[in-house]
Design a protein around this ligand. Structure first.
Ligand code: ADP
Ligand code: MG
Length: 477
């Protein structure tokens, strides 16, 4: 994760004009979230979590996952995971060895455009074929016992049990006929039966829930899972008697994982420190007024917020101002939506060289911004720092809310986090810890108590573990 802390500049050290300094002071003010404000956001977050637990249709949806109980780390056996919804279809065999140890083997295959838009039966037959081929390759085709499979089906599904639900609508370029309103598990199970593949689809898996479980297998004190990648989401373990809206009847445990859908937090705009740059991003997005929290903390959006600040400075002639008229042309790329990637921010923040030569290179190669001065590069780096730091601090509010809501004691807890933003953005984790420390003065050693850690592969290991929990629930029910 973060190696070296990015060097931060004070306004005076940027080397700008008085006008640039004044602008920067104002921006710093708008993007700074102090301790008191963090606490207010956290408190509001807890209120919103409670609303979601009480009734259907709340802003933070707090969806019961039907995944009951906790892992011990002693679970053993072969389990399958299937991941549909990204670029590739992935089949994973996970061998749980106990003591938190596991092995995985996987295969990937492309889903053609024809399959994505043709009859659902064809897609399911193709998936069953992929699973069958994979089992043969792994020498598992003659299994006496059916293998349990966790199905990460990354489309909107209204779930009614751990392995039952209906597809509400297709997204992401899929449009198979004969699937909306039907149960994707049953459709796949039928295809597996037609081919005599000895596999039982035992769970539909949400990737955030999968992230929690993949972390929990070798860290049994895991309380929550978080995604900080393209989007943002969270899941945590809740006492069933606190899920007031739950009408699922008898359960095999007194605890259940909640898929929070926390990206929608504060869509009402009651508390989040939205700036005009956030408002511009929201207005120009494909889902205005939705996912407002996600738009301040996840990978898809941070680069665009930064770009909005940069273009505002350009328009005010505070950045990239050149005497020669022709050079207007070189701000063409930066004028394009989404042209400033969040990964650029990572690289710019990681650049601690005196003249910020790496940053200049990035701006040159990717955005055709030639001859950036050192002062300009410092200003751009400062803006990245403000946007990146605010994201980490706001993301920490959700963790603090979970900890407080669940009344975590001095023994602390583990929190598994997946996503490129958390994994690659320099100091993202350190900044989260800093904010957590401010919100929890009662905790002496924050890093040893609220133990954040990278939890990769929620749709592989996590999905297999969900299938394992499903099998256990079936036995105990
Ligand atoms: P997904 O969320 O789709 O599973 P990832 O976890 O890899 O995938 O997240 C992808 C997002 O992370 C992209 O929106 C991208 O902006 C961001 N990202 C990719 N690389 C980096 C990086 N080096 N630093 C910061 N953000 C990154
Ligand atoms: Mg992911």
């Amino acid at each position: 994760m973060s190696s070296k802390a990015p060097q931060a500049y004070e306004v005076k050290e940027l080397g700008g004009t008085p006008e640039q300094e004044a602008y920067m002071r104002d921006i710093i003010d708008q993007f700074t979230v102090d301790t008191k404000y963090l606490n207010q956001i956290r408190d509001h977050f807890i209120v919103e979590m409670q609303k979601g637990l009480e009734k259907e249709g709340a802003t933070v949806a707090m969806i019961p996952s039907f995944v009951e109980g906790r892992l011990t780390g002693q679970e053993k056996g072969h389990f399958l995971a299937l991941d549909l919804g990204g670029t590739n279809l992935r089949v994973v065999l996970v061998t749980l060895e106990g003591a938190g140890k596991f092995k995985t083997v996987s295969s990937k295959s492309r889903v053609s455009e024809e399959l994505k838009t043709g009859p659902m039966r064809n897609l399911c037959d193709y998936i069953a074929e992929c699973v069958d081929t994979f089992l043969t390759e792994q020498g598992l085709e003659d299994q006496e016992m059916e293998l349990n499979l966790g199905y990460t089906f990354s489309f909107p599904v209204l779930q009614s049990s751990i392995n039952r639900g209906t597809l509400s609508t297709w997204t992401k370029g899929f449009a198979c006929t004969g699937a909306v309103g039907k149960d994707p598990v049953l459709l796949l199970q039928d295809a597996l039966l037609r081919k005599h593949v000895p596999v039982k689809v035992s769970a539909i898996v949400n990737d955030t829930v999968g992230t929690l479980l993949s972390n929990a297998y070798n860290k049994p004190e895991t309380l929550a899972g978080l995604i900080l990648g393209t989007g943002a989401n969270g899941a945590y373990i809740e006492k069933i008697d606190k899920i007031k809206k739950w009408k699922g009847g008898k359960s095999t445990s007194d605890e259940m994982i909640i898929n929070m859908e926390l990206g929608a937090f504060d869509n009402e705009r009651n508390i989040l420190p939205l700036t005009r740059f956030d408002n511009k991003l929201d207005r120009e997005s494909i889902n205005p007024h939705a996912q407002l929290y996600e738009k301040m903390i996840s990978g898809m959006y941070l680069g665009e917020i930064t770009r909005n600040v940069l273009t505002d400075m350009i328009d005010r002639e505070l950045l990239l101002k050149r005497e020669i008229h022709t050079s207007f042309a070189w701000s063409k790329d930066i004028s394009r939506h989404w042209s400033f990637e969040t990964a650029f921010m990572s690289n710019i923040e990681a650049d601690n060289s005196d003249e910020l030569s790496v940053s200049k290179e990035i701006l040159d190669t990717n955005l055709n911004l030639h001859d950036i001065t050192t002062t300009e590069a410092r200003i751009i780096k400062k803006i990245c720092e403000l946007v990146g730091k605010r994201a980490a601090r706001l993301a920490a509010c959700s963790i603090s809310a979970i900890i407080k809501h669940c009344e975590v004691g001095p023994e602390g807890c583990d929190i598994g986090i997946d996503g490129s933003l958390y994994e690659f953005y320099p100091s993202f984790e350190a900044r989260m810890y800093e904010a957590l420390k401010e919100m929890h003065p009662e905790i002496n050693d924050i890093e040893k108590t609220i133990r954040l850690g990278l939890a990769r592969d929620g749709s592989g290991v996590g999905a297999a573990l969900t299938a394992c929990v499903a099998a256990r629930m079936e036995q105990t029910a």
